[in-house]
Structures are given as structure tokens and as C-alpha cells.
Design a protein around this ligand. Structure first.
Ligand code: GLC
Length: 560
């Protein structure tokens, strides 16, 4: 397998708005990142990804871009950005920006022009269609929340397409000028010296303009299989690479929801030169019902195993590559969804970390995950939630479809994206040291116990465990490039696998439940089992042979 630095990296997703506020307005900013840059070094991550920091009306907190080449004033200035980039580089940390190629804000100049008339030179930058004879939208495509993906524009008497909010109109990638515009924007940031892009919603940029109607069952909440991985997606990504990779060295991580194994390989097979890695939501979505992401679903160790088996096969057998994550700015806190944010918070946060750092792929840490930060308990009325997707969902379900406030709030309390966006918890001082003002989202009340300072002071903290894992990954190529094989295949509680390289073998055993779990020594390991030693584990002593305690995670190694 070809060696690349981005395969060996650990990437930290830093949500600027909630990381550190330097000017007391309650909103995190670039100055705040500069203040805390030592922390990134301390943690040991070698790459930082910033979700959009461009000028935006903030309907979708930056993912509705008004100006792609300017910094959102509440986050700071271009000068500060340049300083941040230089400071990160000085410490050997790379910087990845988010590029949003699928849509803009309705306030973007292109859309402001485009909607005026059909003759406007920017009109064809977006996707317009006439109404059906009865006035209805051109197709039944819906946004992922279940609303029509078409909105009427009076001035041109046409509908425009938006796969997300109506304030985020989709760009027309079939127009070569649009593609060049996006490549030019990428060029602008690459010329500044950034190291790569996380490409937002990349697998929806190419649409089938015959707009195949979806079947009604599947459309209950979304029609995404009808517009994802569209007809020219691979041509466009290859073109993007041709345009830019000849002049710059950088890597891309593409957000690709609804990809299946075949597609993952297509996107990341090195010879295709499309994306370097995909970020697939398949694992985080195990806790969501298919037809409605706000409805919770029970997941099992078997579900996990099947998704990860698929991912690992693509990486190993096909040469593709994955970003590995269970938390990000669009999902609740992973320890609350996939582990235990009460009695076993510390053990289970460490278990999930072990999982993400010992699979094949590049681990992504979402800020605060390394502290074992949990969901916020206070999202108990729609007014307490800031993110627009939850509001749009509430409005649809309660105001339009007549569901009860209580029923919908019960779902949002578990699932709102704001759980991940509450301020980073730095210390036990007021507002967790995030701001001297009033934070834009409240601080989780558990900040006195869960914070960076406490993690630094306690050798057994989740934070120290992350540091150790990151270090181990730097020192052991087997964690990055080793082969992968599932063991204990039918186990109801333990997810177990081997990593292999040369004469070395690692056995990873993760009890993903809150009960003791016993196991038979996997037959693949029997001969060498006595020679094993523990590389890392989340309990102080590994003493119970063949039994794992609740959420116990152990990594054994032996050399043949
Ligand atoms: C991606 C982003 C999400 C955003 C959406 C629309 O999924 O991660 O935050 O709302 O794209 O841009």
C-alpha cells in the first residue's frame, strides 16, 4: 500500500465558533485558535480542519457561503488567518479548509444576479426548471428533511433546486464556468499555502437532470439515492484534480453520504485521481432510522461490525482510503450515542478512541471528543436550539404535519447538531474558560469536571489516553498500514480484530457493552497467545483473562 503522510495523520476538526473566543463577544474566533495553538501541539495532532470560516449569513453556520475568499468578520481577519497558517506550519501542523462546492448562500452575488432574469450571465450558475402544468415543482425530489427541494422564484417564474435549505441554492456543475469558479477559489487558498480540503457534500454535485421520480416509500423523508453519486461526478472530480494537482500538493477528504462499498472505491482508488479519502456517515448513522435521522435506532455490535468490515475491505483490498470518525459537527457527541455518558463515560470514551485509532484509515477527532465531552442536557425547547436544520425539522413536523411539540422535542433532545457545538471546555472557571462574555450556545454544566485543564492534570484522563494513542500511531506503522481481519465474528458484545504487518500482530478487543463479556481465545491467535503483551488498555490492569469488563478495550501485541 502506498505510503502517504495524510494516511499517517491524525486530523482534528476544530469548530471555530465554539473553540475559543478571544474578544468577549461569545463567539469563538481565529484569535482564540491562536491563543490555544499550544494545546494542539500538546495533543499531538498533525492536521487541523476548519469548517467554513468564510463570510456567511450563518443560516447554516458557514455552510451557506456569501463570499468564498473572505473571512467572516466575527471570526477575525485575513491577516489573522495568515498568521494562524504560519504559526501552525511553524509547529509542523497542517491546515485543511472546508470547501462548499455544491451550493452557495442565497445572498451570494452569483445568486443575487442569477435570480433576476433568465438572460443574466449568472443565471446558469444555478439549477432552474419550469413548473409542471399544474404549477407543481418539476420533480418530487426532497431535501434530507423531507421538504420539497424546489423553491419558486417569482422574477423568472421558475423553480430553483436546493438539496439543503432554500437559502442554499445548488450550483450547476454542468456549467463549465461554475466548475472553473470553484477551482479558482480552491487555487486562492492553495496559493496561501493550505494543505488540503475537506469537500462538503461532494457526492451530490452532479445531478441527473431528468430528475427521476423517487418511489414514494423512499421519499418519506428523502430522495437522496436519486441525486447522490450522479452521472458526471467522477468526471468532475478527475477534472478538479487535473486542474489543481499539477500546481499544488494537497489532499482532499470528501464528505460522501450514501456511498456504498463500490462507490467508495471509485472515489478513492489512487489511479482514478479523485478524492484521497472519503468521510462516510454510515457508522454515525447506525443510531438513526433510515427514513428520519431524528428518530433514534437501537444499534448492535453486529451492525458496527458489518459497516466496519465493508470499510476495511475497501481500504485494504481496493487501495481506497477512509477518514475514521464517530463524531463531528453534524452529530451529537459520540460518547452519548455510541457508549455511556454516565457511569462508564471515561472507559467508554477511551474505548471509542481505541476503535478509531486502530482501524485502517485516518482518524478524525472532533474538538472536545478527546475530553469525553457529552451531549448537553438543556435542549428542552426549540428556542434553546440554534442550528437551522433542527428548526426546519420542528417546523415541518409540528407546524405543518401536526406532531406534538413533546414528541419532536424528545427526538431533538437526543439528535440536534448543537450537542457537538457547545463551547469547548477549557477549565473550571466561568463559561469553562471559553469566553469572558455570554457564549453563543450554553456551556455544558459538566464543565467543572470535564475540561482540558482537568485532563492535563490527571494521568488517567481521556485526554491523556488520546495523546497516548496518537503517539502510538506515529510510532507503529502497523496501525496505519497493517492488514485487517475480523475475529470473534459472531460475538454479541465484543468487536475484535487483528492488524498484521511483517512478523507483528496486534489483537484489538473492544467490549462495546456495559456488561462483562467473555470470549474464547480466537483460533487465529492460539499459538502465540502466551507471548502477547498489552500495548494499551482503558482499565488500569488487564487481569481477567478471557473476560472483558464493561467497555473494556485492550490492544495486545505479539511478535512472531
Ligand atoms: C454538510 C455539512 C453540514 C451542512 C451541509 C450543507 O453535511 O457537514 O454541516 O449543513 O453539508 O452544507
Amino acid at each position: 500500500m502506498e505510503r502517504k503522510y495524510w494516511k499517517e495523520s491524525v486530523i482534528y476538526e476544530l469548530y471555530t465558533r465554539s473553540f475559543k473566543d478571544s474578544d468577549g463577544d461569545g463567539i469563538g474566533d481565529l484569535g482564540g485558535i491562536l491563543e490555544k495553538i499550544d494545546y494542539l501541539e500538546y495533543l499531538g495532532v498533525d492536521t487541523v480542519w476548519l469548517p467554513p470560516i468564510y463570510v456567511s449569513p450563518n443560516v447554516d453556520h458557514g455552510y451557506d457561503v456569501k463570499e468564498f475568499r473572505a473571512i467572516q468578520p466575527e471570526y477575525g481577519t485575513m491577516e489573522q488567518f495568515d498568521t494562524l497558517l504560519a504559526e501552525l506550519h511553524r509547529r509542523g501542523i497542517k491546515l485543511v479548509l472546508d470547501i462548499v462546492p455544491n451550493h452557495t448562500s442565497i445572498e451570494h452575488e452569483w445568486f443575487q444576479q442569477a435570480k433576476r432574469s433568465k438572460d443574466n450571465p449568472y443565471h446558469d450558475y444555478f439549477i432552474w426548471e419550469p413548473a409542471n402544468d399544474d404549477g407543481s415543482p418539476p420533480s418530487d425530489w426532497r431535501t434530507h428533511l423531507g421538504r420539497s427541494a424546489w423553491t419558486w422564484n417569482e422574477q423568472t417564474e421558475e423553480y430553483y433546486l436546493h438539496l439543503y435549505s432554500e437559502k442554499q441554492p445548488d450550483l450547476n456543475w454542468d456549467n463549465p464556468k461554475v466548475r472553473q469558479e470553484i477551482y479558482d477559489i480552491m487555487r486562492f487558498w492553495l496559493e496561501k499555502g493550505i494543505d488540503g480540503f475537506r469537500i462538503d457534500a461532494v457526492n451530490v454535485i452532479s445531478k441527473d437532470r431528468s430528475y427521476p421520480d423517487a418511489d414514494e416509500d423512499k421519499l418519506q423523508a428523502k430522495g437522496d439515492e436519486y441525486f447522490k453519486n450522479g452521472p458526471h461526478i467522477h468526471d468532475y472530480l478527475q477534472e478538479m484534480n487535473k486542474e489543481l494537482k499539477k500546481d499544488f500538493e494537497f489532499f482532499t477528504a470528501g464528505e460522501t453520504s450514501a456511498v456504498h462499498d463500490h462507490d467508495v472505491l471509485k472515489y478513492t482508488k489512487p489511479e482514478w485521481e479523485e478524492l484521497d479519502m472519503v468521510l462516510s456517515a454510515e457508522a454515525t448513522e447506525l443510531a438513526d432510522q433510515d427514513e428520519d435521522k431524528y428518530k433514534s435506532k437501537e444499534w448492535t455490535v453486529h451492525d458496527f461490525r458489518e459497516v466496519l468490515r465493508k470499510w476495511q475491505k475497501d481500504v485494504g483490498d481496493g487501495g481506497g482510503w477512509f477518514g475514521l470518525y464517530l463524531s463531528h459537527h453534524d452529530a451529537p457527541r459520540m460518547v452519548s450515542t455510541f457508549a455511556d455518558d454516565g457511569k462508564y463515560r471515561i472507559e467508554s470514551a477511551k474505548l471509542l478512541a481505541t476503535l478509531l485509532h486502530t482501524l485502517r484509515g485516518t482518524p478524525f477527532i472532533f474538538q472536545g471528543e478527546e475530553l469525553g465531552m457529552t451531549n448537553y442536557p438543556g435542549f428542552d425547547s426549540i428556542e434553546t436550539i440554534k442550528e437551522q436544520e433542527a428548526h426546519s425539522y420542528y417546523d415541518l413536523k409540528v407546524n405543518e404535519q401536526g406532531a406534538s411539540d413533546a414528541a419532536i422535542m424528545e427526538r431533538l433532545q437526543k439528535k440536534t447538531r448543537d450537542h457537538s457545538r457547545t463551547p469547548m471546555q477549557w477549565d473550571a472557571s466561568a463559561q469553562a474558560g471559553f469566553t469572558t462574555g455570554t457564549p453563543w450556545l450554553p456551556v455544558n454544566p459538566n464543565y467543572k469536571e470535564i475540561n482540558v485543564q482537568a485532563g492535563m492534570d490527571n494521568p488517567d484522563s481521556v485526554l491523556q489516553f488520546y495523546r497516548k494513542l496518537i503517539r502510538l500511531r506515529k510510532e507503529n506503522a502497523i496501525m496505519v498500514y497493517g492488514g485487517f481481519e475480523i475475529i470473534l465474528d459472531d460475538h454479541d458484545q465484543i468487536f475484535g480484530y487483528l492488524r498484521r504487518m511483517d512478523n507483528e500482530e496486534w489483537v484489538i478487543l473492544l467490549n462495546m457493552t456495559d456488561k462483562d463479556a467473555s470470549y474464547d481465545i480466537p483460533s487465529e491467535c492460539v499459538d502465540d497467545w502466551d507471548k502477547k503483551h498489552c500495548v494499551i488498555s482503558n482499565y488500569p490492569h488487564v487481569d481477567k483473562e478471557n473476560t472483558l469488563r464493561p467497555f473494556e478495550a485492550v490492544v495486545y501485541k505479539y511478535v512472531k
